[in-house]
Ligand binder design. Sequence first.
Ligand code: FES
Length: 330
Amino acid sequence: MICAPDTTILQTAREAGFGFPHACRNGVCERCQGTLVAGAVRYLRPDPLTGSSVIHAGQTRADRVLYCVAIPISDCEIDVPEITAPGELPVHRATCQIIGQDALNHDVSRIWLRLPAGKAIRWHAGQYLSLELEHGSYPFSIANAPGGRDIELHVRHGEENDTARRIMAELGERGTVAVTLPAGGRFIDQPPARPIWFICGSTGFAPVKAMIERLIELGHPHPVRLFWGARVEADLYLPELPGQWQHQLPDFHAVTALSDISRPGHAHGLVHEAALEALAEPHAPLFYIGGSPAMAWAVFDALRDEGVPAENIHSDAFDYAPREAPDAGR
Ligand code: FES
């Protein structure tokens, strides 16, 4: 970080996007306090205790420098607790009210949680939280764009999914639930000026919904494409949303693909096949894949085979279920 002349370290850090703890910005509350590890700073006003305005690393006062009133006078290295990198949000554990639950189709339910008042908890569209339940911690993508206190989750709890059925049963018996958030590094906050393509299946639709809602808020002017796959029509929960998004984004188009059945209005086959069919410029879009690790990696391979650069393909699954190297475990 380079500080402009006569600019405090706090001001420069905030302009660079760092989450720097602070409150008064006037050298009073001590919220911005940290250690000066190397270098020297000058305070805007002399320290009333010592009469001096310059602090060098290693001096007794260097372990509690107030960065809101400190201007660097050399290259500095600082250590401040709770600082977050640009784009990174602080992680919170909070107790949420469970304010609603409704069935979205035959095996997906929507859960609504409300964060506590008076605590500013933020997340980025596409991130997830962990439900802290009696028998463990369970990650769920947040299905709505950030900005309020309410959080939407989509839970698939079919016959074959014992864990999800247990979670639903436990949530049904409680009025509150502990959550930890946010988590996940594949999100959309300020999108790049390029087309964005989403490929998803099952409840991988949830983070995609949040990201599309964020793009709508921002009025994203570039093409947005949604490829949404399911086995049969009834698996496509919230089917009316793509039609609404068409009116809310300047250039939006959705394709739904059914793998097990042929139906008018839907492509027939695997969802990524529909995406590949539409892909004319492999280097142009940024891809976000929502789905199981097996699905995400299969789509990754298919896109790479078509010439899509790996750095343009994102999925949370790549982080929580990384692919093992061929010689792993040997
Ligand atoms: S923000 Fe209050 S002392 Fe720095």
